[in-house]
Design a protein around this ligand. Structure first.
Ligand SMILES: [Zn+2]
Length: 310
């Protein structure tokens, strides 16, 4: 099975506790993920909402250095990919194709140059906010639910110039529509489910999902049960409801996986990355074609980066 996962917080967890990428007790490890060929994985540097300005920049750098250290230590099985060719080469060499992303643009330190620094480090995708407010605008749990600030609007333009994809997961609804009005390039919601199926603030309305399709964007299905069915556990069937709904909105070519490993509690049916293949089998057994299932697990995200990662 081919796997392309748009979001995990494993890098942050490893850096925090000085854990190894290859062998650890987290939901995602290289040892477990390498059962998939090819395997493309975005590794996010999560920026906690209490870190702002230089503290956020320092945090980014610490995580980035840890990422480099681990990639170097395990260079036989993982490689950082900064452009599409790198991904193709990683696949050819049977290595995990690792793409660096950032969850919380506070990592720019409130300066446009901060995005240049991150681009230089190979960051290919940035989630504009986490749940709280930052210099760019409000996250989905911010009190006022404001949209993007003028710095936020400038940041979107700057990211597009630097070939960094904008990620709207966690962003306030007003902020989302500000991105829609200013974005010239496709954008992503790397780990966001359907609000129609599960009424949770972190999920996307049908209209938001349709806007992402209109912009040739990509949406990752999140396995966190709270976002799947608003409870503490869920089944493959519950996850499939989100996929079916997105497909009913003509999103067959715009959905992928954004599991949220090591960023959220996982359901009992997917305790870690090794279990994503069971969801694949479930969808096939249920009657999905191999082509459609592969689109969701890999191809849609792969085609997205082919079009957008230069
Ligand atoms: Zn998240």
């Amino acid at each position: 099975m081919r796997l392309f996962d748009l979001h995990c917080d494993t890098l942050y967890m490893c850096q925090k506790d000085k854990l190894d990428f290859k062998i650890n007790n987290l939901q995602l490890s290289l040892e477990k993920g390498l059962k998939y060929h090819p395997w493309v994985q975005l590794f996010a540097i999560w920026v906690p909402d209490e870190l702002r300005k230089q503290k956020a920049v320092d945090h980014f750098n610490n995580c980035y250095y840890y990422f480099l250290e681990q990639i170097d230590k395990h260079s036989d099985i993982i490689v950082q990919c900064k452009k599409f060719d790198d991904i193709q080469n990683a696949i050819k060499n049977n290595k995990c194709a690792a793409i660096l992303s950032v969850e919380g643009a506070a990592a720019a330190g409130g300066k446009l140059e901060g995005f240049e620094h991150m681009a230089g480090c190979g960051v290919k995708m940035i989630t504009l906010t986490w749940n709280g407010p930052n210099e760019l605008g409000d996250g989905i749990l911010s009190k006022n639910g404001m949209g993007l600030s003028s710095f936020g609007l400038e940041s979107v333009k700057q990211m597009e110039q630097l070939n960094i994809t904008v990620d709207v997961s966690h962003l306030s609804e007003k902020g989302f529509y500000d991105v829609v009005s200013v974005a010239k390039r496709p954008f992503a919601a790397t780990h966001s489910n359907s609000k129609y199926i599960c009424n949770n603030v972190r999920n996307l309305t049908d209209n938001q999902f349709k806007e992402i399709i209109k912009h040739d964007g990509i949406v990752g299905i999140n396995f966190y049960p709270q976002f799947v069915n608003n409870t503490s556990d869920c089944t493959y069937k519950d996850i499939k409801r989100h996929i079916d709904h997105y497909i009913s909105l003509e999103g067959e070519n715009n959905i992928s996986v954004g599991a949220d490993f090591d960023g959220a509690d996982m359901p009992s049916c997917i305790t870690g990355i090794e279990d994503v293949s069971k969801l694949y089998d479930y969808l096939i057994d249920w009657g999905y074609s191999e082509e459609l299932t592969d689109k969701i697990m890999f191809k849609n995200a792969y085609e997205f980066v082919k079009r957008n990662f230069i």
